[in-house]
Ligand binder design. Structure first.
Ligand code: MN
Length: 345
């Protein structure tokens, strides 16, 4: 028996479907003319418009680089934080509709890597835009933008002999999709919940604005700065910009794990609680001040979200709905879309 509330919710879900479908139909109808328009506005022009110069992958920096949702913007609304989707559109729809019972005024935030690897990347971007979701920039979102331009330049004859790479799905992105991806910030702060969202991780003790943007969407491990200095030349520390005696940082990001590394989320001690993705091999991470939501859906794992209850009023100075009060929900992947490179936990 459906309760009246459930009927109400299912009506909302039903009502929202034709919209999603028409968006998908639009995807299917995308023809070359829209790409011609997109390519006309060349990457150079976009770069010149971006005041902050280039990001770590050569793409124009978004404005703002670090975004914020004000207490007023989230007051009285649930916040649904979604792990790495990687084009798993069908699982995303199941997660939002069935597990989250998403309603129009819920604030949906993706932790990045919405696209690539999985089967329906353009559909995921279209859905995210359609529901007015927020997201931070994942390494795959950023590199897919680069792939888009590589293909677009090739297509328009501007890009020399560079053939498009294997990400053929980028050809289905509309100009609006591309614009949306360009706007993805490297972090999203939500002061009412003492919450910070990044795709990968943060180095403790370094102000957000001084964090290395490339590390924000790629880091997994940290090493004691002193241990690293002992091992590597001072050149390396200088080049990475971390660990000099003057900045007082105790930790440095490193590319792979060894005896002296720690998962960054284990070491992170705030002040904000960080929700992140990017680490399917570790799976769900529930730390005191960090929550990792990448549960490897594209590798046949699960797609996970955390639902935060609404904060009444503006939250004041003491958040009444910290991440720890959130509810975890997830759906099992419908299939294994890609083989994992390591063993998933
Ligand atoms: Mn990633």
């Amino acid at each position: 028996m459906f309760s009246r509330f459930q009927r109400f919710v299912s009506r909302i879900i039903r009502d929202s479907k034709p919209q999603a479908k028409s968006q998908r139909q639009q995807n299917a109808q995308r023809d070359l003319s829209c790409h011609a328009v997109a390519v006309e506005r060349s990457l150079d022009e976009l770069k010149s418009r971006a005041e902050g110069g280039e990001g770590p992958n050569g793409m124009p920096l978004p404005n703002p680089i670090h975004a914020e949702l004000t207490p007023q913007e989230v007051a009285g609304r649930r916040i649904i934080l979604v792990g790495d989707v990687h084009g798993c559109y069908d699982e995303l729809v199941l997660l939002l509709d069935q597990e989250c019972r998403r309603q129009p005024d819920d604030v949906v935030i993706f932790v990045g890597d919405l696209v690539n690897k999985g089967p329906k990347s353009p559909e995921v971007v279209a859905l995210a835009r359609d529901i007015g979701a927020y997201a931070v920039r994942g390494n795959h979102d950023d590199s897919s933008l680069a792939s888009y331009y590589k293909w677009a330049n090739y297509r328009s004859g501007k890009g020399g002999k560079q053939k498009p790479d294997k990400r053929e799905w980028v050809q289905q992105l509309t100009e609006q999709d591309v614009e949306w991806l360009h706007g993805l910030p490297f972090s999203l702060r939500i002061p009412s919940h003492n919450l910070l969202v990044v795709h990968a991780g943060l180095v403790p003790g370094i102000p957000l604005e001084q964090q290395d943007l490339g590390q924000l969407y790629t880091m997994r491990f940290l090493e004691q700065a002193t241990a690293k200095r002992k091992k590597s030349s001072s050149k390396r520390s200088l080049r990475s910009g971390y660990g000099s005696d003057s900045d007082g940082a105790d930790w440095e990001p490193v590319g792979s794990a060894n005896d002296e590394t720690e998962l960054w989320g284990k070491v992170w001690d705030g002040p904000e609680h960080v929700v992140f993705g990017h680490d399917a091999m570790r799976g769900l991470q529930l730390r005191r001040k960090a929550t990792g939501l990448d549960t490897g859906c594209v590798y046949g794992g699960r797609l996970t979200a955390i639902i935060l209850p609404p904060v009444v009023g503006d939250g004041g100075s003491r958040p009444s709905a910290p991440v720890g009060h959130g509810m975890l929900v997830s759906v099992k992947a419908l299939k294994e879309y890609e083989k994992a490179k390591g063993k998933m936990r």
